[in-house]
Design a protein around this ligand. Structure first.
Ligand SMILES: [Zn+2]
Length: 591
């Protein structure tokens, strides 16, 4: 038994592939039965009938969650295994078929709430109130059934194709780079790993090569982005969205005032980030950072290695110091082998945490190489797991569909707890500096660099509305303007970096405009919470537990209110910046 491998047998009664396939077929059949029972009848339901419908949808989800997860995780752990391939394929087909059978529900639910909005307040439906409020918010922007179908098919053959093309281009291109006199052809996934290489010239050359190659096809990217943005403006008119932000505000369950307060706090505080960049340049012995140094390790980073058991101890200790229950949940994930950390061929790259709602637990995947970054990844993913433990104990599955603004709360908070713990046990100045830089690098990227992307996206819609034609050079100009708003003259940029916007896949995904600000939101929100914790100590613990337990039963704004915060005020967001400044001060004192 390998303690770095998942035990997936807990998810299902039997791991016999025939049994799993049978479960999947039962899932499709049951979705068909629900279709027969409810299709065309939802508009006639009263409060009690609606409760029953929503309850049976939750029960359906819980009943088949284990089998579907089993297939998905088996494949993530070993995508080259033929059994895993077959099961995963069977699961995808079954999920799609079940989804098609149940697709009528949301549409009919919308119609029901449009004709009888008072149902949202019905006492019988109290548990589902926020879910219903969110459905009702979408109603005024829904098109007719035929138009919705047309819009879907327009995206499928339009923006979907741009998005597919962008992904295929990146994954099939090779990038030619010379390292130590040796010429290499590297795929995109590999060359971007060199951005964090300890050798400065290698980092610089990797950046130059990637963006030079991307820039050569500027006509492709500008045509794609121009169409995506023009399509969005057109769809906003069709759907009667008052602003280009509305679609994302509804999806993220936040109000425009909160986003405005957040972004203007960022704008007012670019100096704080620039102060960190200047300090990092000093620590690296440079007059100024090049763009290839922004996330680089410090030259005197001891590069300390952690064994698996050391990583486990550090992460569980970090959580236990905060709260015994957090520590217990993190320990349970290890104890029951819900973390797959072994490095092996055929395993998907990256890291994730999958909530196992029915089991009131979660499964985490990472590839553990013993670096401090891997310890952070574990703390991050176990933060998601703790969120899942708390949420699944307190909520129904339909009240645990957490939007991007709140989804990263447990995980980012966990990273800060690990930081506190590592700083307290790191023996040397160099190690402490490496830990602080890690936190501040990530904060800088998520809060500030991503904000540049928000300003950039806004400027493209403004330009189109002003009648400007977005060719490659024009878009590059908008990008560098947004970027410079954040970085000022704190960084030296390679000229090729004007093509940085071309690689961001989010820009090309259908119905995913303004993917960016939730990252900024989450980062500042968690930093603000952490500050509150430092101020209030133990009294803060039940507050964050309540927030994580609430799932999606309340909006991020309401959850913040319960912590005593008003997310539409800049004063709240400033708290997050203040905490980052505190880390900068600590780093300054370690010189
Ligand atoms: Zn995460």
């Amino acid at each position: 038994m390998n303690e770095m491998q998942w035990d997936l047998s807990q998810l299902v009664e039997s791991t016999d592939p025939a049994y799993i396939v049978d479960r999947l077929e039962k899932m499709v059949a049951e979705a068909g039965a629900m279709n027969e029972r409810y299709k065309g009848k939802i508009e006639g339901l009263d409060a009690a009938g609606l409760f029953k419908l929503l309850e049976s949808r939750d029960e359906f989800m819980l009943k088949y969650e284990g089998a579907a997860m089993y297939c998905n995780l088996l494949y993530s752990a070993n995508s080259t295994d033929p059994v895993a391939q077959q099961l995963n394929d069977a699961m995808r087909r079954a999920t799609l078929r079940a989804g098609q059978q149940l697709a009528f529900m949301d549409l009919e639910l919308g119609k029901l709430l449009a004709s009888r909005p008072e149902l949202v307040q019905a006492p019988e439906l109290e548990e589902f109130r926020h879910l219903l409020e969110r459905v009702r918010m979408r109603v005024p922007h829904q098109l007719s059934e035929a138009e919705e179908r047309l819009a879907m098919s327009k995206d499928q053959n339009g923006i979907d194709a741009w998005s597919q093309l962008q992904g295929d281009w990146l994954s099939t291109r090779s990038f030619r780079i010379t390292i130590d006199g040796e010429e290499k052809e590297l795929p995109y996934g590999q060359i971007i790993g060199l951005y964090e290489d300890p050798r400065r010239d290698v980092r610089k050359e990797a950046n130059r090569v990637v963006y030079d190659t991307l820039g050569k096809d500027e006509i492709l990217w500008s045509t794609a982005l121009r169409s995506v943005c023009a399509d969005h403006i057109q769809m906003c008119a069709w759907r009667k969205y008052p602003s280009v932000l509305t679609q994302s505000l509804i999806a993220n369950d936040v109000e425009e005032g909160a986003v405005r307060a957040l972004m203007s706090t960022i704008e007012r505080n670019v100096g704080v980030y620039q102060r960190y960049l200047a300090l990092k340049a000093k620590l690296m012995g440079l007059p100024k950072l090049g763009n290839w140094d922004i996330i680089a390790p410090l030259p005197d980073d001891p590069g300390r290695k952690y064994s698996w058991s050391e990583a486990r101890k550090n992460v569980v200790d970090a959580y236990s110091r905060f709260d015994p229950q957090f520590g217990e949940y993190a320990g349970d994930m290890h104890e029951r082998r819900h973390i797959d950390a072994e490095v092996r061929r055929g395993k998907v790259s990256g890291a994730f945490c999958a909530t196992w709602f029915d089991g009131r637990s979660a499964y985490v995947l990472q590839s553990f190489n013993g670096l401090v970054g891997d310890v952070y990844t574990q703390a991050h993913e176990l933060g998601h797991a703790i969120h899942a433990y708390l949420g699944s104990r307190a909520q129904r599955p339909s009240n645990y569909e957490i939007g991007s603004c709140i989804a990263e709360c447990g995980s980012t908070f966990g990273e800060l707890l690990l930081t506190e713990h590592l700083l307290s046990i790191s023996p040397s100045k160099e190690e402490k500096r490496a830990v602080l830089c890690k936190v501040l690098d990530e904060f800088g990227m998520a809060a500030f660099q991503v904000s540049a992307r928000y300003f950039f996206e806004h400027s493209m819609y403004d330009a189109i509305n002003a009648g400007r034609f977005l060719d490659g050079q024009t878009i590059a100009g908008l990008w560098t303007a947004a970027r410079d708003k954040i970085y000022g003259d704190a960084v030296e940029w390679l000229p090729e970096m004007k093509w940085e916007w071309t690689m961001k896949l989010h820009y090309y995904i259908p119905n995913y405009r303004f993917y960016n600000y939730p990252y900024v939101f989450a980062q500042l929100f968690v930093f603000a919470m952490y500050r509150l914790y430092l101020e209030q100590g133990e009294a803060f613990v039940p507050k964050i537990k309540a927030l994580l337990s609430a799932g999606s039963s309340r909006s991020p704004g309401e959850l913040a209110n319960e912590l005593g915060f008003d997310i539409s005020s800049e004063e709240f967001w400033q708290k997050g910046i203040d905490q980052a400044e505190e880390f900068i001060r600590q780093l300054e004192s370690l010189q």
